[in-house]
Write a protein that binds this ligand. Sequence first.
Ligand SMILES: [Zn+2]
Length: 328
Amino acid sequence: MASSARIRHYMHDNGPLILDGGLATELEAQGVKLQGDPLWSARLLHTNPQAIGDAHYRFLLSGADVITTATYQASITGFINHLDVSFERARELLMSGVQVAKDTVERFVSDSPPTGQRCPLVAGSVGPYGAFLHNGSEYTGAYAEAMSIEELKVWHRPQIDCLVAGGADLIAFETIPSIKEAEALVELLREFPNSKAWLSFSCKDGKCISDGSPFTDAVQIATRSTQLVAVGVNCCSPEVVEPLLDSARSLLSPDMTWVVYPNSGEDWDTEQGWLTSAKAPAAVPELSRTWMRQGAALIGGCCRIGPAHIAELRRQLKGSCTSPASAV
Ligand SMILES: [Zn+2]
């Protein structure tokens, strides 16, 4: 079945698709040091792809129907600057993010008993331009004020080209803080007419995305595309999801669904990283049933959400844990 047909089959016939959690979170839980690295988890595509594959595998075991590649902070320019590799090698590295995920899905399917088999999808992650800048602007979108839509398209084009060439089932435009960048991505997606994608925004509160624009404006941008299967929010606090979706409920077109994958709700400090808090990641699985009732068909977790939380999320939404192979 073609990937777009599989996406629709999952969303309409089988209840919500379960996304994975924070890939970097899981890598750090296994002892990998990423904090402060301008390439973040994407560096491991060069130095330790096995660790990425193993993290993907743990999310698949926990019940994820979709895994997202380690390319959020990856770019041709970033690889050339920070790894001192050629343009061609940088392209190969980006495409290898898709290959590692696809190989892991293949391993997972062949390891699973036939009765419990799922065929998970691979989403190619595209982060905001601010993630490359590595100066905190990915959480404000401030850089976009001084850029044109055309400049943003020029930036994103090579990364999307590699993820599509690598065979990603769909593209995950994620943690997008800015309306202008969303417009650029929606225009750019038309250059890849056979590709599907979701468009997910970072948000500052229950009404607005990170650049201060109303979430309703963000959703309206998404409805211009027939290639987007979903629009929504990620890496926000779980508490803001319900009011955000509610604010834009009348705008969603029948061919589109919500995608929701918040972080744990703990606070991020640019110096210290995630500040551990007593209000734990349990909120994502607990609140997920509300998001499903609001129409979300793609639900998962972002930073600080690990495989055990995804297993609990699946239990909340599907009633059972996972395939029989699950051991999380
Ligand atoms: Zn996140």
